[in-house]
Design a protein around this ligand. Structure first.
Ligand SMILES: [Zn+2]
Length: 378
């Protein structure tokens, strides 16, 4: 069971019945917290939740509209739906959005019932779901921003603080809604997310903070420039590491894919002609890149870029100033996959060589980077 199932859609594009039931339970967290209750009262029993869900969930509302079910008492409705709602509660517990916090004596009878409580990350999902429902869009994006600020304050991380300030600036420029849209429409559909904490980490781009440069490079660079000295160093170090690690793992991958496809064509042709060709491509970043990277490991303002020199026919490398590197993304629209690169000088022949800009796991795809109408999914 993953968080993605809360957003699961059927073949018709509408949320599945199961997803809608999760969503209603998640939404209940806002109902409890809006009452401004103290901590103990934020805890809830299955019966309280069921009563509320029965009044909100369209599928269940319709079920009890039939002539044969119309007169079912509330208690019996709660009883009839108990297994289903409790199963969904168990799933949400596994996603770490809800916790079982204890047992309480039954109001009637001698047994005891389980007490549940919402965990902090549930509110993030609840506001994302609010965002999807158009009438609440502007309020919920403000709530999402406020939540991120509170997570950033608790965690005292420079990276978290940076991403928060980036989102805040996006909001001031009127584009934060698009960021949330993109997260829901593209990232969430492409990523398996198991817990509430992973969801927020994915939203913050925690594993690849540099991801967020692509949608709004100007805002990203401005946020970076406005960071305090220590914060700036930490972000720059993170970006350098992201990019160099990417090169280490993916150098020339795209180019080789293309070559291999072409080689297959050639190989097949040769086979037809009775010849054999055992060409095999394994490309690594090369010794020069390894040396340059090691020698500049402490220089957060320089990135080691590997490149193939067509003149020397070998893997070379050169250093690029990090801001020039980031600047090259300003000329590259997010939804246009292209092969733009960054230029340098070959150390062997002095010729001009071009290294590829790194691609990002979430943003290198042709995606609907536009305002979406989520009402069609409900
Ligand atoms: Zn060369």
């Amino acid at each position: 069971m993953t968080i993605n199932s809360v957003f699961e859609r059927g073949k018709d594009g509408h949320y599945t019945k199961r997803a809608l039931l999760y969503q209603d339970i998640v939404h209940y967290s806002l109902i409890r917290s809006k009452k401004n209750l103290d901590k103990n009262e934020l805890q809830f029993k299955h019966r309280e939740l069921a009563k509320w869900v029965l009044g909100r969930n369209l599928e269940l509302i319709n079920r009890y509209k039939e002539p044969s079910t119309r007169h079912t008492t509330l208690s019996n409705r709660i009883e009839d739906t108990q297994n289903r709602i409790k199963n969904r509660l168990e799933d949400l517990i596994r996603m770490k959005l809800i916790a079982k916090v204890g047992l309480i004596k039954q109001e009637k009878g001698t047994g005891s019932v389980t007490l549940y409580a919402f965990r902090p990350y549930v509110y993030f999902i609840a506001y994302i779901l609010e965002f999807i429902r158009p009438e609440n869009k502007s309020d919920s994006s403000t709530e999402i921003l406020t939540l991120i600020r509170s997570f950033a304050e608790v965690n005292e991380s420079h990276i978290m603080d940076f991403v928060y300030r980036y989102f805040k600036k996006c909001n001031e420029n009127g584009v934060f809604d698009k960021v949330i849209n993109y997260f829901v429409e593209v990232i969430l559909l492409k990523t398996q997310i198991y817990t509430g904490r992973d969801l927020i980490k994915t939203f913050l781009g925690f594993t690849h903070v540099s991801n967020w440069i692509l949608p709004y490079p100007d805002i990203f660079i401005k946020t970076l420039e406005e960071s305090d000295e220590v914060g700036k160093k930490i972000i720059l170090f993170r970006i350098k590491t992201d990019i160099e690690e990417y090169y280490y793992q993916h150098y020339l991958e795209d180019e080789i894919d293309i070559l291999e496809i072409n080689m297959n064509v050639i190989t097949n042709l040769k086979k037809i002609n009775g010849e054999r060709d055992q060409a095999n491509f394994v490309s690594v970043t090369g010794k020069e890149w390894e040396n340059i990277r090691l020698n500049n490991v402490g220089d957060i303002l320089q990135i080691a870029v590997p490149a193939f020199c067509n003149n020397c026919k070998s893997d070379r490398a050169f250093l690029v100033d990090v801001f020039s590197y980031l600047d090259s993304y300003r000329r590259r629209p997010v939804y246009e996959p292209d092969s733009s690169g960054i230029g340098g000088k070959c150390t062997r022949c002095d010729g001009y060589i071009v290294g590829g800009l790194i691609r990002f796991p979430y943003f290198n795809i042709s995606a609907p980077w536009i305002e979406s109408d989520f009402s069609r999914f409900i």
